[in-house]
Design a protein around this ligand. Structure first.
Ligand code: MSP
Length: 513
């Protein structure tokens, strides 16, 4: 079985500071990376910044800073954000790095060798904000200004000599690939959108620009720079040192298990990228998942719309794990979602503080008082204990399949139900009324502690910091977290000391309470 897992986020434009949409892509990717790691996979998790093109050049000019220096500064804020969001990325790539530039130029030569590149002239509409070309029928005019109907961003006329990629040649092979690999584009509705777009006919793609210089030079034609999307997409393999196969990184991790992206950049990932790879005879990634947007009001957040929600502000006010929990649970994965402070506070108060935090605290304090501060040694499970514990054993394949189907919401629903069941079990068993039956009392405590251990393992990909804090009860450290052990009912070391646990989540006094 393939035990390697390679997950990528989009590489972010360092044209402005990170916002909640960026944080969302990264947190979801981290969730998958962490789950796969505790399920025994070697995980490579890549993120980074996309630094070339006119959009960045203009942003730097506007700030009156040297372009590379401008990129250095903002790229660093994305690197810092990775730390703040507690991401476990194993690499961070910048497209201005040498390793990346060499890789892109190599890929260009491969495309040239396969006869997929020719020189011509591009005349048409271009959006600098999206770094994308639009057809006439994708443009609308408002007050004399032209916009893309799709992204609503402004377009400008472009008229220059350009190298082209023979995208049209790959129309049929792409459609065949989509048909043979139904999981390639997810979720399903986006797959259908892409298929109908390709069926509508693919035109050759302009892949170089002559009118500015902030980019990677076209080999042997250095008055052209390579189109920023061809440059950027290559990051997924340049980070594996393509075409150098010596260090084994490419062999081990390519094809990527999943490119996680926002729905707005699906066309680039599900049409252009696989076409480039087919032309260069490189295997195609297994899945491209286009998630929805985090909306601010009813609109996608963006700098140009001035409705940016700052992830740092939320983290400062509520803490990171509540934000991670909220984004993973409350946004229906694949669809758009709103950040609502009200719902975030509800999540903290009910799921995190009441259901999880409280369960840990009261079980541990009870065990400290009534079981000599030790994990009970003598136990004897009855049918009711086995029934709650077996829920985990029975569902191990179900949970794994939810991850493989990218059904994050069902994963979290399982945890929410498990927390409810755990609290109910402890209440119904009334260990406080069993003080004259130490064996029964011990068994109830052991069972509940086992459940806390299992739930904390399941919560590790979602709220890693708090899960680790809770696992300190048992002196369990990060590298001991192992998903398949949730089916073991006697994982906890009997007789070992129980550590008390502080408050895991503080309840929020809601303004309207
Ligand atoms: N640089 C390109 C990606 C190149 S990948 C080879 C890019 N950068 S971006 O910074 O504009 O956006 C990066 C990602 O953030 C995209 O997946 C985009 O969908 C996502 N988001 C940007 N705003 C978003 C929201 N408001 N909500 C959720 N994600 C959104 O595109």
């Amino acid at each position: 079985m393939d035990k390697n897992f390679y997950i990528t986020t989009p590489i972010y434009y360092p044209s402005a500071k990170p916002h909640m949409g960026h944080a969302y892509s990264s947190i979801i990717a981290d969730f998958f990376a962490r789950f796969k790691r505790i399920d025994g996979f070697n995980v490579h998790f890549l993120t980074g910044t996309d630094e070339h093109g006119l959009k960045i050049q203009r942003a730097a000019e506007k700030s009156n800073i040297d372009t590379l220096k401008f990129c250095d500064e903002i790229s660093q804020t994305f690197r810092d954000l990775s730390k703040i969001l507690n991401l476990t990325n194993t690499d961070f790539i910048r497209t201005t790095e040498k390793r990346h530039k060499e890789s892109v130029q190599y890929l260009w030569k491969e495309l040239e060798k396969s006869g997929d590149i020719y020189l011509s002239k591009y005349s048409g509409w271009y959006s600098v904000s999206d770094e994308a070309f639009y057809n006439k029928d994708e443009i609308e005019e408002k007050n004399g200004v032209k916009f893309s109907i799709i992204s609503k961003s402004q377009v400008e006329w472009m008229d220059e000599e350009s190298f082209f990629f023979k995208l049209s040649k790959w129309e049929k092979p792409l459609l065949k690939f989509y048909e043979d690999n139904p999981n390639f584009i997810q979720p399903e509705n986006r797959r259908n959108e892409v298929i109908s777009f390709v069926k509508g006919g693919l035109k050759d793609l302009s892949i170089s620009r002559k009118s500015f210089s902030w980019g990677i030079k076209v080999p042997n034609s250095d008055n052209h720079v390579i189109y920023v999307w061809l440059d950027a997409l290559t990051n997924y393999i340049s980070a594996l040192n393509y075409p150098n196969l010596d260090d084994g990184l490419f062999k081990k991790f390519w094809p990527a298990s999943i490119h996680l992206i926002g729905k707005d950049i699906l066309r680039f990932h599900a049409v252009y990228w696989p076409a480039f790879l087919l032309a260069a005879k490189i295997e195609l990634p297994k899945t491209v998942y286009g998630h929805g947007w985090i909306l601010s009001g009813d609109e996608k957040m963006s700098k140009s719309k001035g409705n940016i929600l700052d992830p740092l502000e939320i983290v400062n006010e509520y803490g990171l794990d509540p934000l991670r929990y909220y984004l993973i649970k409350e946004v229906s994965f694949g669809n758009d979602g709103n950040i609502s402070q009200e719902r975030l506070e509800d999540c903290i108060n009910s799921d995190l503080a009441n259901n999880y935090g409280n369960l840990c605290q009261r079980t541990v304090s009870f065990a400290i008082k009534n079981c000599d501060q030790k994990i009970p040694q003598k136990i004897n499970f009855n049918d009711e204990d086995i029934k709650v514990l077996d829920e985990y054993t029975k569902n191990i394949d179900y949970i794994r399949s939810k991850i493989d189907e990218h059904n994050i919401n069902h994963y979290i629903d399982f945890i929410v139900t498990a927390l409810f069941t755990a609290n109910k079990y402890f209440n119904d068993q009334e260990p406080w009324n069993k003080k004259d039956d130490q064996l029964r009392l011990n068994t109830i405590v052991y069972t509940t502690l086992e459940i806390i251990r299992k739930i904390s393992f399941l919560l590790y990909p979602v709220i890693p910091e708090t899960s680790l804090k809770a696992l300190k009860i048992f002196d369990i450290v990060e590298k001991e977290i192992n998903f398949s052990s949730i089916s073991n009912h006697e994982f906890l070391k009997k007789g070992s000391k129980i550590n008390s646990v502080g408050i895991l989540f503080r309840k929020i006094n809601k303004k309207n309470d």
